[in-house]
Design a protein around this ligand. Structure first.
Ligand SMILES: *Cc1c(COP(=O)(O)O)cnc(C)c1O
Length: 400
């Protein structure tokens, strides 16, 4: 038997749940792309995108996913043969490093493993060791979606300053923008990359690169920036088509407009608070389950280093896969696979899963997903400690 009929819930770390308002806003015929309302609407997106990132700098929009955002940042930051220092705290830093390397950038990786935050002392030492200042930029994820580790961007900037190194700081906020607090200017980030399908609640298809005036000045001669990727005309177009280097992604732009309206109506600090509270509920449930079974544990031990949009956890193989399958087929809740923790051919792979809680998600969705997981643990006879749901409910009660 199954109880899955009804509205399904995709609780994976992106793409996230798309609000009905966003879907309705996208459902329209092609607008005029030469004059009229679309042109005015797009001009109005730019201040909202800047505010979302916490910057007075520039923003360029690309038709693409997060990988396209990485390539856009790489193409503008570097010339062939210039050097990047990449900080890896899971999977996505390593993937950004691969993307830069394949474009001809020389890449040095500092890998902090799958469960530990960036060691700022190692970053400072690596920058001090670069006495000739060959490293042009430090690339890092804000929240690595595979491990759910969050990097303290202000502390990273302080480490770079302590080393007296002039490298630019570029941050991937694809999993965190619109979920976790981020302040590009206050924290000293020069470049920030994001995409629309996670905290921004819009179907995959738009990537964004924010960049400071000093990044613009220092990267003006990058020889990787072909016309399509060059951020300059996109940020300061003389004609409308230059925003996109071609035809505008019309439906996506109307969806994004609606999503930004929803964030503004709720208020960005409130959006951060909602994510922090719901993450706290998820963590409390895992702590209670794990108290009765040491195989169940959050991937990141210290809450201060956990992102608020996604939670990576262990269940002991093969129980993570069994639980995911039960939740999807019996109750209509799809949980995320474990990413980058073990190869999919390794039996250990079936011991990892992730819960997404990003974007259009509220207390009943998160508590519902946790209750379904609890039902699955019971149905599958997976040992677990008691009290997870009341612990999660308490977090919601305190945060509401
Ligand atoms: C999702 C994600 C990406 C990749 O985005 P795609 O749209 O899948 O290309 C990169 N970095 C982070 C932190 C992500 O969460």
């Amino acid at each position: 038997m199954t109880l899955a009929a009804g509205r399904p819930y995709l609780a994976i770390p992106g793409p996230s749940v798309i609000p009905d308002r966003v879907l309705r806003a996208m459902h329209r015929g092609s607008p005029n792309i030469y004059e009229g309302p679309l042109i005015d609407m797009v001009a109005g997106l730019m201040p909202d995108l800047r505010q979302l990132a916490g910057t007075t700098g520039h923003v360029a929009i690309y038709i693409g996913n997060g990988h396209a955002g990485w390539e856009a940042a790489n193409a503008n930051l570097f010339s062939r043969g210039e050097k990047a220092l990449v900080l890896a705290t899971g999977q996505f830093g390593l993937s950004w490093a691969n993307s830069a390397r394949s474009m001809g950038v020389e890449v040095e990786v500092l890998d902090f493993g799958k469960s530990s935050p960036v060691d700022m002392g190692r970053v400072e030492a690596a920058l001090r060791a670069d006495a000739r200042h060959e490293i042009k930029a430090v690339l890092t994820t804000h929240v690595d979606t595979a491990s759910s580790i969050k990097t303290d961007i202000a502390a990273l900037r302080a480490a770079m300053d302590a080393a007296g190194h002039p490298a630019l700081l570029a941050v991937d906020c694809i999993a965190s923008l619109g979920c976790d607090e981020f302040r590009m200017d206050d924290w000293g980030a020069d470049v920030m990359v994001s995409a629309c399908q996670k905290g921004l609640m819009t179907p995959p298809g738009l990537a964004f690169v924010w960049f400071s005036e000093s990044a613009r000045l220092r990267c003006g001669r990058s020889d990787l920036a072909t016309p399509y990727w060059a951020w300059g005309p996109r940020a300061e177009p003389e004609e409308f088509w230059q925003y996109w280097d071609g035809t505008a992604p019309t439906s996506h732009l109307y969806g994004l407009r609606e999503a930004l309206d929803m964030i503004r109506e709720e208020g960005l600090p409130q959006v951060w608070h909602r994510h922090r509270t719901l993450a706290g509920a998820v963590w409390a449930a895992f702590d209670a389950w794990g108290a009765g079974n040491p195989a169940i544990a959050l991937n990141v031990a210290d809450p201060a280093h956990r992102g608020c949009s996604v939670t990576a956890a262990r269940f002991g193989a093969p129980h993570a896969t069994r639980l995911r399958e039960w939740c999807e087929t019996k109750a209509g809740v799809t949980l995320g696979i474990g990413l980058g923790m073990a190869p999919s051919t390794d039996p250990a792979y079936h011991g990892f899963l992730r819960v997404g809680h990003m974007g259009h998600v509220n207390a009943h969705m998160t508590l519902g997903a946790l209750a379904v997981m609890e039902a699955g643990l019971v149905a599958l006879d997976i040992p677990h400690g008691p009290g997870a749901l009341s612990a999660a409910a308490r977090m919601v009660a305190e945060g509401a």
